[in-house]
Design a protein around this ligand. Structure first.
Ligand code: MN
Length: 306
């Protein structure tokens, strides 16, 4: 489906509301000023000044009100450097992100989720944003809400399995690529026959290497896939996925802490070495593979502390 975004002033939006007075819809989405439906085009204006034209006939309609930068097919603009379509933040998108790769304790969690254009405002109101700016408490609060609102797939690579793959020679990059590709596949299946306008992967490797990691996989999702190093600020679907992945990670850390008998720290700093040493003293070093990522330097440091 084609869609165009214009940024307009309050006055212009008021003018539009009058213009479309006899086509107004009863419901407007959260944060919306009005929605109107004419033949082959739905127009939704938001408090933020964004006006969205969706449908077959939207080029002509949007041109009446402004000069959209995004009239052309966004994928034709793909060039070197920034290959993201200019209206990406307003698209119906699957976004994926992972958590836990830098933490000694706990699993790796990967989430892909689908956020439709009309949900973007609502998610913003809920406080969905870059998860790095959110406290754990807020993550849990928001995570609970959004998991009911959007289709998503959560994949958890538990420590034992992680350590087995790592020992067998698999890089963390490859593990992540496999998980992202799988999670995206699950979401595509969930939303079928609907298709996202775009799939955004929070970039952890370059595109070329990502697809090289996937060689040999049964289904490789390539169509409309883009990579962004700042995925969370590019589209809310990546931010939502990052929150859900962190939410799941925190829950696993709680469970592991319960098993350990004391709270396990995040990250990979000196506190983590201390905690691992404490765990070894209490339960023996054979339990480590179930709690930690063994190949981290923390393992040797912890063993020296015991
Ligand atoms: Mn990320």
């Amino acid at each position: 489906m084609s869609q165009i975004v214009l940024i307009l002033s309050k006055d212009q939006i008021e003018k539009m509301r009058k213009h479309y007075a006899s086509y107004l819809m009863e419901k407007t989405p959260p944060g919306g000023v009005f929605s109107a439906k004419i033949e082959n085009c739905t127009i939704t204006a938001y408090n933020s000044g964004k006006v969205l034209f969706q449908g077959k006939n939207c080029d002509k309609e949007a041109k009446k009100w402004g000069n959209p930068a995004a009239l052309e097919n966004p994928f034709e603009k793909k060039g070197k450097g920034n290959n993201l379509p200019p209206n990406i933040s307003m698209m119906n998108a699957i976004g994926s992100d992972e958590v836990g790769t830098g933490d000694y304790f706990g699993p790796v969690t990967v989430v892909a989720s689908y956020v439709k254009n009309e949900q973007i405002e609502q998610l913003k109101q809920l406080g969905v944003q870059d998860s790095k700016h959110l406290t754990d408490k807020k993550i849990i609060e928001i995570g609970r809400e959004i998991k009911e609102m959007i289709p998503f797939s959560l994949l958890t690579l538990h420590n034992k399995k992680y350590n087995e793959l790592q020992k067998a020679g698999m890089s963390q990059g490859k593990m992540k690529a496999l998980l992202h590709n799988q999670a995206i596949g699950h979401v595509l299946k969930k939303i079928a026959p609907e298709k996202p306008d775009i799939i955004i992967i929070d970039e952890f490797v370059k595109e070329e290497l990502y697809f090289r990691h996937l060689i040999g996989e049964k289904s490789i999702h390539r169509e409309n896939v883009v990579f962004s190093t700042k995925g969370e600020s590019v589209h809310l679907s990546v931010a939502a996925s990052s929150i859900l992945a962190r939410y799941a990670f925190l829950q696993h850390m709680d469970k592991l802490s319960e098993k350990a008998g004391f709270p396990l720290p995040k990250g990979a700093g000196p506190k983590v070495d201390e905690a691992a040493a404490k765990l070894i003293r209490a339960k023996g070093k054979e339990v480590l593979p179930f709690f930690v990522k063994l190949h981290f330097a923390n393992t040797d440091k912890a063993l020296k502390l015991v």
